[in-house]
Design a protein around this ligand. Structure first.
Ligand code: SF4
Length: 444
């Protein structure tokens, strides 16, 4: 089969799609580029769409991707999986062209079913196998089930960096968020199993690993293991030169973790710490587990021990209670912090969440205006961060792609640089001086 995949949402989704594609390719299927299909240069027999439900916009993009796949090849099978598929299976099943909807609890079954012409029947067969006595051919999935459906997975597309899923699910139930409904309870493999998988990644030759999860800092909590102990184990794996923690909740980012990262061999001075709101009133309405004072203290600690660290923050615009007065506090709080840039989301009602029952709704045009002002602030913060790094020498891991005679790579503190293409430098680290002339301006 020719298979094309499209992923929406977070790095966790990207790691999962990539892992599924690697298993499908190993079984003799051909992976074709989604963008090439969009241009009409390729055609797929099966389209996989890994969806996201974090905002209404994300769901709109999922629906558009399904319609696009169906237009490209009306005879193709379309499998829709992931978070939006989990929470809106009935709606998605009704979209023309959709063959199968797989929620997060079932998407790992896909590689087992592809030899069947009729995916939907094959899913039923496999589910019966799984629930019944004959489980021999599903050994892998049994192993996952023992861990409440958790699978260690990693991306495969980029030979330089791997996104490594070490945790799934979330028990926090922030009032605006549907992710716990889509992904279930927090869970992970043991430290030993996770280190074993990391050694396999090291053996594949990739030099940088990005630890991903839904609520990464809760790794190991349900089995009395700690995220910090995992980091210490990973730091000792030979072959992996660099680790990044893709995101960690501020209340879980302990001073011990910060100090460990500062003194570690391979963890990089780059943090992604969701803030969501810069006003204590709104943070309480969101049921976040910290206040602005704790958030500010964490950033001060990071900068005290890693002055050149890059710190990114997620911020939600227009959540309930974000009056003009509260929003002014948000802007001034963010402005006062050593944040390098923001990921800005506009609040939208998510079915089933507690926020639907909260008062103090913000009109939609005001939400968009707050979004625009936060994006402006993010640009300003990012320029200031880059300026603070000009003239400094930082290690850069170079990637393989030839961009019209140049190659690109990230500094340890997440600035994208370029240099003339030299194939022998791909997947190696060199020290580079940061100059206006070698900066590539994107952040993600
Ligand atoms: S921590 Fe809150 S925002 Fe993050 S996934 Fe869990 S419930 Fe959602």
């Amino acid at each position: 089969m020719n298979i094309a995949a499209h992923t929406l949402g977070c790095k966790l989704n990207f790691a999962e799609t990539s892992d599924i594609l690697r298993r499908l390719a190993a079984e003799g299927n051909t992976i074709v580029d989604w963008a090439a299909c969009s241009r009409g240069a390729e055609k797929a027999d099966l389209y996989l769409i890994n969806t996201c439900t974090v905002t209404a916009v994300a769901e709109k993009k999922c629906r558009a991707a399904i319609r696009q796949a169906h237009r490209q090849n009306p005879d193709a099978q379309i499998v829709v999986m992931g978070c939006f598929a989990q929470v809106a299976a009935k709606e998605i099943e009704a979209i023309p062209g959709v063959t199968l909807v797989l929620g997060n609890d079932r998407k790992h079954l896909l590689p087992y079913m592809l030899n069947s012409a009729n995916l939907r029947n094959r899913l039923n067969e496999i589910s019966q196998d799984f629930d019944g006595p004959d489980k021999k051919n599903l050994q892998n999935f049994q192993d996952l089930a023992k861990r409440e459906g958790f699978a260690l997975q990693w991306s495969s597309g980029d030979r330089t960096r791997k996104f490594f899923k070490i945790q799934d699910g979330c028990d926090y139930f922030c009032t605006y968020c549907a992710i716990p409904f889509a992904r279930g309870r927090s869970r992970s493999a043991s430290i030993e199993e996770t280190l074993c998988a990391a050694r396999r990644i090291a053996a594949s030759g990739s030099k940088e690993v990005i630890l991903t999860g839904v609520n990464t800092g809760t790794f190991g909590q349900h089995r009395n293991e700690s995220f910090l102990d995992l980091l210490k184990g990973l730091d000792q794996i030979e072959g992996i030169l660099r680790y990044r923690i893709s995101s960690i909740e501020p209340n879980l980012l302990t001073d011990d973790i910060i100090d460990f990262v500062a003194s570690s061999r391979a963890f990089l001075p780059h943090f992604h710490i969701p803030l969501q709101a810069g006003s204590d009133h709104v943070l309480q309405l969101m049921h976040r587990r910290y206040d602005t004072a704790l958030y500010a203290a964490k950033l001060q600690r990071i900068k005290a021990v890693m002055p050149d660290a890059c710190i990114a923050a997620d911020v939600m615009a227009g959540f309930n209670g974000e009056s003009e007065e509260e929003f002014a506090k948000v802007l001034s709080f963010i402005d006062s912090l050593p944040i390098s840039y923001l990921h800005v989301f506009t609040y939208s009602d998510r079915p089933g969440t507690a926020a639907l029952r909260l008062g103090e709704k913000i009109p939609i045009p005001v939400r968009h205006e707050h979004t625009a002002r936060l994006l402006e602030l993010s640009e300003h913060k990012h320029r200031a961060f880059i300026d603070s790094q000009l003239g400094k020498t930082r290690p850069v891991l170079w990637e393989h792609t030839d961009h019209n005679g140049t190659m690109q790579g990230w500094t340890d503190n997440y600035i994208r640089l370029c240099r003339p293409f030299a194939p022998t430098l791909a997947n190696t680290v060199t020290d580079e001086v940061i100059r206006h002339g070698n900066i590539v301006s994107d952040t993600d």
